[in-house]
Design a protein around this ligand. Sequence first.
Ligand code: INI
Length: 158
Amino acid sequence: MSLGKVFEGSGEGAGLRIAVVTARFNAEITERMRAGAREALRAGGVSDEDVDEAYVPGSFELPLAAKRLAEAGRYDAVICIGAVIRGETSHDTYVAGQAAAGIQRAALDTGVPIIFGVITTHTREQALDRAGGRTNKGADAAATAIAMATLLRAMGAD
Ligand code: INI
């Protein structure tokens, strides 16, 4: 009996080219997440010169900018960073939902991993907790980018 293949990603980011798109809305939070992502990419072996960055006004704008970067064909993964915090209306629900759906669609349309590094919280405190307090979801998104980019490489999909 022959064994089938097992495709896996790794944490070895050397040689990967990554783009990071950060939403300026709730910048106090997203800047910490962006810094966490940069640090995690460096720790994963991705060199600073292989990382490009872009900024968008809010999380709603993340999918289009990420798609444009993915279409450029220069990046092994694109990381989207945003923070959606509940307000007095349901506006946040639309922003977060469209960011999630748009990011997934952009990834499926382009074949490039586009990572959903967008936190959705009820309060600023919860957001700070996830932006370098208890954990850093930007760093988690960077690890996911490396894992997906190396997985697709292993599959021979690029
Ligand atoms: N954008 C965010 O990134 N986070 C939010 O919490 C947020 N809220 O709640 O309003 C937000 N809104 C702006 C939105 O992303 C767009 O920039 C805006 O609607 C213009 O398209």
